[in-house]
Design a protein around this ligand. Structure first.
Ligand SMILES: [Zn+2]
Ligand SMILES: [Zn+2]
Length: 634
């Protein structure tokens, strides 16, 4: 969060872009885009302790604050003119001005929060509530949630998170086209909150069911009643809300009821009494039940509120300042003789190295060190210091690859990726290729199992294209669900998650197309050899719709079943049909072992057919790539 930059540039010149000119003005606020606001300081000081401090400092730098100022002090603020203008309307007795876009509204709130303007924050929230309620559609709601997380606005984050949970279920499939709206970290917090809400709902709704829905649904006769004497279908409906809060919806409720009534009508019998068909006409009972259910759900959401974490909790600007001045003198852990430069890690560890080594390994350092050093630059023992943003562990690994010493081997693939990223940043091409070679040789760790997901996220974020492609392909061997991603989701940028999902879908489509070519019985289709089985499956050729052709039932089932599974299980199962198909072929053929025709074909060309199927599937999977990293700026 940027803090106000104060500059005591006094002015009494006529002001350009004057947006606010209040009587009795004794200071001028200047926005980052050069808009001016002439205001009495007392209003600002009284409404914001933070701005109060800034104004006092600015005034002091101009001289005695109590003396009648000849010129008005100008206080520079990092916000835009539009945001400051809106903010001031909530401090002065004028008509409040609310920005027009959700982005600006959230920014306004975050600025008021940053300057600790408690009353203004309340007024802004009141104005928003009066002017526009939450959007009805999912996409803008997700967008608002993302903004609330970005600006650290808790009430807005809670309000939108609740609306999202009541609108849709939480699987990757459901988020499909909305994955790039927010970074993985915000999405992760939403999923954690969802888990919490569901746990609380489970306990609250169980009590609700045990109380016969607080007595609102009693006296109905139904073929099946729950232990608390409410119809079973209704009991199941309430249970389903525990798993997916978005089922709390009148359309869902009516659908569940209609299904039950239709089932009963289909199996009507004298002994089975069911009054449920009369429920829709009892609007009062339904309304009471729905209100009772709604209040239980409200209560559960309220209990879950403390469990929604913000990715960017509001930070006290003072804390940032304290952090900035905290410096510690570093232990000297890396020392080479005749060093003539120091590189300092982000955690203040100094590495004494040679300029010549740095410039040979890195054109970046070559350029940097060729520039004249500013006269006030820091030096230790007469050696110039270059501060880098990498931590000491990473620099240790990097420096060890520049000198003929034992290479410091990273202890995880994640660290290998950060090392590669540093090489990318500093243009250390040959060091980068040695690291890649070490990974290939198995000297450096490679990603294992579901580690491929965080590896993809990091490699994508750092623009390491080969690592990103390899990791993406490896993720196909695992289901891709929010549960599998777990905390690793926080490493993802929204676009990276979207791209990985689209990559997975393209691989799935390729598999389906490949299976289709094997379901085709016309020559030159490879399955043509199987035509002639006395126990075939009738299918229509896609290329010759008038002719009827036959594929043995076992083979047809094997291919069609896999094709169908691919449609519905692309996220919940690994996409690894190429490695399973041979085993499945043999199992299916064994179950058809009484057919002499198929056994004959298998003996003649079964293995070749199987190998071709396997190869084609592997090929279509390998030819797909995640593609260009457009949004990573590469
Ligand atoms: Zn019934
Ligand atoms: Zn057969």
């Amino acid at each position: 969060m940027s803090t106000p930059h104060e500059a005591a540039s006094p002015t009494d010149e006529p002001l350009a872009n004057l947006l606010f000119d209040h009587t009795g003005a004794d200071i001028i606020l200047r926005s980052q885009d050069s808009f001016h606001f002439r205001v009495p300081r007392i209003y600002i000081v009284n409404s914001s302790p933070i701005l109060g401090r800034v104004i006092r400092r600015t005034s002091r730098s101009l001289g005695d604050a109590n003396a009648i100022p000849v010129v008005k002090p100008v206080v520079h603020l990092p916000e835009s003119g539009e945001i400051l203008h809106c903010l001031l309307t909530f401090i002065f007795p004028v008509t409040p001005r609310v920005p027009s876009t959700p982005e600006e509204i959230m920014e306004l709130l975050s600025v008021a929060q940053k300057y600790q303007m408690g009353t203004a924050v309340t007024h802004i929230r009141g104005s928003i509530a009066r002017q526009n309620s939450l959007p009805a559609r999912l996409k803008p709601t997700l967008h608002m949630y993302a903004l609330a997380q970005k600006y650290g606005l808790r009430p807005e984050a809670l309000q939108t998170a609740r609306a999202i949970l009541l609108k849709q279920s939480m699987t990757i499939e459901d988020f499909d086209n909305e994955l790039d709206i927010m970074p993985g970290a915000s999405l992760y917090e939403l999923l954690k909150y969802h888990e919490r809400v569901r746990a609380i709902l489970a306990s609250d709704l169980t009590k609700f069911r045990m109380s016969s829905a607080r007595g609102t649904i009693t006296g109905f006769r139904c073929t099946e009643l729950s232990p608390s004497q409410i119809p079973c279908w209704l009991d199941h409906y309430i249970c389903s809300i525990e798993k997916a809060p978005n089922r709390f919806d009148l359309v869902e409720f009516n659908a569940a009821m209609a299904r039950h009534i239709a089932d009963r009508a289909a199996t009507a019998s004298e002994d089975l009494h069911c009054d449920c068909a009369s429920i829709p006409s009892q609007t009062r009972s339904i309304r009471e039940f729905w209100e009772a259910l709604g209040s239980v759900i409200d209560g559960s959401f309220e209990k879950a509120e403390p469990f929604l974490s913000l990715v960017h909790e509001y930070e006290d600007p003072q804390a940032e300042i304290n952090l900035a001045i905290q410096t510690t003198s570093p232990p000297d852990i890396f020392d080479v003789p005749d060093a003539n430069i120091i590189i300092r890690s982000s955690d203040f560890v100094d590495f004494r190295v040679h300029k010549s080594v740095l410039t040979m390994a890195s054109p970046f350092f070559k350029d940097l060190l060729s520039l004249p050093q500013p006269s006030d630059s820091e030096s230790v023992d007469g050696l110039p210091v270059v501060e880098l943003s990498e931590d000491s562990e990473l620099l240790k690994g990097l420096v060890s690859m520049l000198y003929p010493v034992c290479t410091v081997i990273p202890n995880s693939y994640e660290k290998v990726l950060y090392l590669l990223a540093a090489c990318q940043k500093y243009d250390m091409v040959s060091v980068q290729s040695s690291i890649r070679a070490e990974v290939k040789r198995g000297e450096f760790p490679a990603p294992e199992g579901a580690e491929a997901f965080p590896a993809y996220a990091i490699a994508g974020g750092k623009g390491l294209v080969p690592e990103m492609e390899t990791a993406a392909r490896q993720t196909l061997d695992h289901p891709m669900t929010f549960e599998i991603l777990g905390e690793g989701l926080r490493l993802f940028e929204g676009w990276a998650l979207r791209d990985l999902v689209n990559f997975r879908k393209r691989c799935r489509d390729n598999f389906i197309m490949c299976l289709d070519s094997f379901l085709e019985v016309q020559p030159p289709g490879p399955s043509n050899i199987w035509v002639g089985c006395p126990n075939p499956k009738v299918i229509f050729s896609t290329t010759h719709p008038r002719q009827i052709h036959f594929l043995p039932i076992w083979l047809n089932q094997l291919l069609a079943q896999n094709r169908n599974d691919l449609k519905y299980q692309k996220f919940t199962h690994p996409l690894d049909i190429h490695s399973r198909i041979r085993q499945e072929y043999f199992t299916a053929l064994q179950n058809h072992a009484t057919c002499n025709f198929c056994l004959g074909v298998h003996i003649r060309s079964g293995l070749k057919f199987c190998a071709e199927l396997e190869d084609k599937l592997a090929q279509v999977r390998d030819k797909e790539t995640v593609g260009l990293l457009t949004e990573a700026g590469i």
